[in-house]
Design a protein around this ligand. Structure first.
Ligand SMILES: Nc1ncnc2c1ncn2[C@@H]1O[C@H](COP(=O)(O)OP(=O)(O)OP(=O)(O)O)[C@@H](O)[C@H]1O
Length: 239
């Protein structure tokens, strides 16, 4: 569980203000809001990339204002993050990028990295470098890298925005399978309300740095993502 109490962060004229929020285990949250409302800032605070100015951030009972380096490393290993700009390492191949979080955990076996590349439709790209990939392919490498260690928290910043509809659905399907398998907590930042509706259970609406609403998503159609194509088509056409 993650708790934020009166969290503040300022960048010049922008203020993320008094964010008080409990992020429960196993829930899929959407985060929406106008451009510049603070969605990425909130995710990077949760990912411990951005330190807060004031307030409290407590992750799994650990107070993050006073973390030791080893506590910070341990918590970060529970976070799988996809950044808006992907943050792939250009001097590493696709496979090496996906392996990186495993290596940081001291795991040498490459099987899981290969499995995840295949899962996001990129088998055969092991020795390719990020600069040779399209934006959508980079996004899928970032997804494989985020999921390879089975993290407890999955933080996704516009993870389907560079993708065509087929690949966006593929990613949401993969994430739904992952959620059905071990119930990680997922934070899904998106401008696409249809995807929020189909994928998320709760949705935070940010407005100029504050949470204006927390909405329970109704008519969630997650089952549809898990269904194989014939059932999916049948349900779409009949309900
Ligand atoms: N590292 C930074 N340094 C300075 N200003 C920043 C930094 N990160 C974010 N900001 C500013 O904070 C504000 C909120 O940015 P943020 O990226 O969190 O918004 P967002 O809701 O994710 O926007 P978008 O939908 O366009 O991605 C913006 O005004 C942005 O310029």
């Amino acid at each position: 569980m993650i708790q934020l109490k009166k969290v503040r962060k300022s960048y010049g004229d922008f203020h993320l203000r008094d964010i008080t929020l409990t992020i429960n285990e196993g829930v899929i949250y959407g985060i929406v809001g106008e451009s510049g409302s603070g969605k990425s800032t909130l995710l990077s605070i949760l990912n411990l990339t951005t330190p807060i100015d004031e307030g409290e951030l407590v992750i799994d009972g650990v107070h993050c204002e006073t973390l030791t380096n080893s506590q910070q490393r341990a918590l970060k290993q529970e976070m799988g993050m996809i950044f808006q700009e992907y943050h792939l390492l250009n001097n590493l191949t696709v496979l090496e990028n996906v392996r990186l979080p495993l290596k940081l955990k001291g795991i040498k076996d490459v099987t899981k990295a290969i499995y995840w590349l295949e899962k996001v439709g990129l088998s055969g790209y092991d020795t390719t470098y990020p600069s040779q990939l399209s934006g959508g392919q980079k996004q899928r490498v970032a997804l494989a890298r985020a999921l390879v260690t089975k993290p407890k928290y999955i933080l996704l910043d516009e993870a389907t925005s560079a993708l065509d509809e087929y690949n966006a659905q593929l990613i949401l399907q993969v994430l739904s399978e992952v959620h059905a398998e071990y119930q990680p907590t997922i934070m899904f930042v998106s401008h696409d309300l249809d995807k929020i509706k189909i994928f998320c259970q709760e949705c935070l609406i940010l407005d100029k740095g504050s949470i204006s609403h927390i909405v329970t998503v109704t008519h969630n159609r997650k089952d549809e993502l898990l269904a194989s194509y014939p059932e999916k088509a049948f349900r779409r056409l009949t309900t």
